[in-house]
Write a protein that binds this ligand. Sequence first.
Ligand code: HEM
Length: 575
Amino acid sequence: MPLIISLTTMNPVFVAAAFAALVIVYRVYHRYTRISLADVPGPEPASFIMGNIIELFKGQAGEADFQWQAQYGDVVRFKGPFGEDQLIISDPAALQYIFVKSGYRFPKQEDRRMLSYLVNGEGLLWADGDVHKRQRRVMLPGFGGPESKAFFPLFKGCAESMSNKWMDMINTSKDQSAVINVAAWLTRATLDAVGEAAFDAHFGSIDNNESALVRAYTNMMTDVFASLSDGQIFFQGVSKYIPLRILRYLGETGNGPRLLRMREAGSVISSVAKQMVEDKSEMLLQGEGSRDILSLLVKANMDADAKAKLTEEEMIAQMRTLLLAGHETTSTTLSWALLELAKNPEIQSRFRAEIREAEATIHKRGDAEFTIADFDDMPYTAAVIKVRDVVQTLFGYYDAALSLQEVLRFSPAAHHVHRYASQDDILPLSRPITARFGKVIHELPVPKGTRIVASIAAYNRSKDLWGEDAHVFNPERWLNGAAKEKKTTSLGVYSNLMTFGDGVRTCIGWRFALIEMRVFLTEMVGNFEFALTDQSERVRREACMVMIPTVEGEVQNGVQLALRVSVAPRTEKEY
Ligand code: HEM
């Protein structure tokens, strides 16, 4: 009271000045003692309006990430439109906190979810929170270890069909080799693989690249997401300020070529998915189910209680999600693997030698071919030990030898994953950050709403984790243990890589993908030699949700990776 009385009797100008001085002192104190995102080191924005988003989203996948990581570290502040502070993170402890420890506290941004909705509908990639939990619970039974292993023969069949086509092309060529757009073939072959495994459906994409489904998917990601103009990147950057209803309306009715392409593809894919769901439900009702993922999903859905059940619309969205997520990712990873092997012929020969060794072990055992069922059914006998050696060879050492681990590290199909802080939070850090004014911080407070780009590409290339040669494609790191020794914070479901994400939204198809990619790599590298072409120098890592190979100056032609393919030599004994 006396204070208020004395204040009211004072000169108002003096009171105002004293108050302003207090605010300034408080602000200065706050500035020097509390860390704000603006204090975290990062690049200067090109402009207040655009921030750094053009650098980040216009270049090749991972380009800005690597540069900023080298310059500023594993937690980098960059500017979004209108000066908004955002983070790009490759720090293991921070990523572990965001993806694993916090559960759903770092959800996907609504505007990014809207993109998922427009591409795949209200499926697992779109869902969040309780809806995501419910959908995932129904989906999971289709993706266990045994379920994925059971697809081995299907994958083998698809890989062989593709390799027969390549063999024909080579045999009819003049010089016993052919320049093949391996990426385009792999896209179709993996579409067939996911069709068979997930839906028991025979799309026949390897034989017929003119079917409606193949046409819908061919180059969809590049047509829709590649080479965005500055204006389109800016629109994406500010779409969070647009109410969701309006955003959805714009997406569903806009007639820009990208939106039209996306909607046309969506309607073809939806009608194929709808038909498959109806057929499968009918078959199951007549007791004719099989082991494909859709059967397991329909069955799990029939068994689920009323509240957990997926609606028909959700089922169709899951099918669309699986079709897309299940083939673009594996096909591009395989393409990047072939490019690296073509660049490194000595590594390629070494892998082929490993495949020959494994084949020899299998033949010695008396089998014509390696089958994955061997591993599940064998009793614990000397024979099993022998088989176990093969497993060890094929799935332990073999992954490294086939450079699968190294490709997944070096070229993660999903190079960015987007999240935001749904509440004020504090990120732990593996390595302290020296913020502005020289203040060293060991954890970073992030205000509610902070947008975060988790850079899988940069995490997978961190020198702290993978050594000084992190930017070199070097499968040896997996063989000599160097990759393992550096592990400090354990992340990811496979080999301490973030390639399949982690936590509540870990890639549901990671086992499926690993088995499929092993089968395809073995088939391809066992049968063919891959060499670079004139075009190889111009291959771009195109950032279009998935990191797709395109060619500089020809991005409009979509997915391209032309390699010279010839038949791999075998000695007489090896036939
Ligand atoms: C090399 C192959 C693959 C890579 C690199 C990959 C990568 C990823 C990543 C990083 C995520 C997490 C995204 C996030 O946290 O926001 C994810 C999620 C997902 N993936 Fe994969 N994936 C691959 C193959 C597959 C396959 C073969 C399928 C299905 C057959 C599949 C289906 C999914 C689905 C449905 C999700 C959403 C999971 C959820 O949100 O609960 N993926 N994938």
